[in-house]
Ligand binder design. Structure first.
Ligand SMILES: Nc1ncnc2c1ncn2[C@@H]1O[C@H](COP(=O)(O)OP(=O)(O)OP(=O)(O)O)[C@@H](O)[C@H]1O
Ligand SMILES: [Mg+2]
Length: 364
């Protein structure tokens, strides 16, 4: 197995800095998702790992050894792209066995390996079909089979599921996770889809404008984003500003314009500092004033300013003072626009950003 290390990777194209000093380690046999909006440098990072671009600065190491001097074909990398360019005139067996034929392996050996790998991608018996006779998902599985058959040290996948419809994408996600765990191929998976990154990856690297802004487990990125911009990108849109009033050993208290809020962790910031906190829309509880008084910890009165039915959940906007919070409620009850409700936020779900970015600070 191969550990992949990116060390201060920079790529400039003239005036454009596509990748701005990215350092991270992909543990041997694990899957890292590079996640970020269009143009943030994901593909350029992959192309440098593959050897298709030379970095302007920095190093790329496989098991501690630099591969910068190696040509792409010497790095033993498998690549899967958004457009699974299969050879249209070759059947499935021909496509999957291509890499081994190039290496001059004997025909019976190739046939055996092809059958083995097709079994792994659940396409046993499809050898004689042509790409035009396969569904999109099946074509993408052939593309993956063609890549894994060469036993690559590192597999690079650039938005491989974005051409598939939503249901197939979910199936393929599960399929890739299972395959990657089984074959233990060190993998970098590029996507701009947060859910995809969270579901697939052992570690997620979030990129904005060429910078790696956070690297951690899906749980860390989802629940403990470093900055408001990362939170926003991960769908945590609620920002609460206030002053840090107290710090305990397990928790802290935020003085906000609406009420004091207890927060279930201890941030680095000093008492007295202005800080920003966030809570995900699905982590806010709503109830009627007749059910819950606002004397309860972290509860306050608010008014429903908007109620929208949204894919199996009800999405609300509630206002209290200068708070305007988005709430996703999965319960069956329905609060009406204009109704008074009690908002309660579990201290465990409130998170104070360790860093602020000025851009969103202004908006909050
Ligand atoms: N060969 C090139 N010459 C000049 N600029 C380039 C070149 N390749 C990429 N760039 C620029 O570098 C930046 C990063 O591009 P990159 O393709 O890595 O983005 P990406 O994160 O893969 O985006 P997407 O999600 O749209 O595929 C962009 O601003 C892009 O225009
Ligand atoms: Mg790209």
């Amino acid at each position: 197995m191969t550990e992949l290390e990116l060390d201060g990777l920079v790529k400039r194209f003239g005036d454009v800095t596509a990748v701005n000093g990215v350092s991270l380690t992909v543990d041997a046999g694990s899957l890292v998702a590079l996640l970020g909006p269009s143009g943030c440098g994901k593909t350029t990072s992959l192309r440098m790992i593959a050897g298709l671009e030379q970095p302007t600065e920095g190093d790329i190491r496989f098991n501690g050894e630099s591969v910068l001097h190696l040509a792409p074909e010497k790095r033993n990398i498998g690549m899967v792209f958004q457009r699974y360019v299969l050879f249209p005139h070759m059947n499935v067996a021909g496509n999957v066995g291509f890499g081994l034929r190039m290496r001059g392996l004997p025909k019976p050996v190739i046939a055996e390996r092809v059958a083995e790998v097709l079994d792994i991608v659940q396409l046993g018996g499809f050898e004689r079909r042509f790409p035009s006779q396969l569904s999109g998902g099946q074509q993408q599985r052939v593309a993956i089979a063609r890549t894994v058959i060469t036993n690559p040290r590192v597999m690079l996948m650039d938005e491989p599921l974005s051409n598939l419809d939503a249901k197939l994408r979910e199936e393929m996600r599960a399929f890739i996770t299972e395959l990657q765990k089984r074959l233990e191929i060190t993998t970098v998976f590029v996507t701009h889809d947060q859910v995809e990154a969270i579901e697939l990856a052992d570690q997620v690297g979030v990129m904005f404008d060429g910078d790696l802004v956070q690297f951690g487990t899906p749980e860390e990125i989802f629940n403990h984003p470093k900055t408001p911009r990362i939170a926003d990108f991960m769908g945590a849109t609620n920002l609460i500003s206030g002053t840090l009033l107290e710090k305990g050993s397990q928790d802290c208290v935020l003085e906000s314009s609406v009420r004091k809020l207890r927060i279930g962790h201890v941030p680095e910031h000093a008492v007295g500092n202005s800080v920003l906190a966030t809570v995900r829309p699905e982590h806010i509880d709503l109830s009627l004033p007749s059910e819950t008084g606002d004397a309860v910890e972290n509860a306050f009165k608010a008014e429903v300013s908007e109620a929208v039915y949204f894919g199996g959940t009800l999405s609300y906007r509630v206002r209290a003072g200068d708070f305007s919070l988005q709430v996703k409620d999965r319960s069956t009850r329905h609060f009406a626009e204009g109704e008074e409700v009690i908002v309660r936020i579990d201290p465990a779900h409130l998170w104070v950003f360790p860093e602020a970015d000025t851009e969103l600070h202004a908006r909050a």
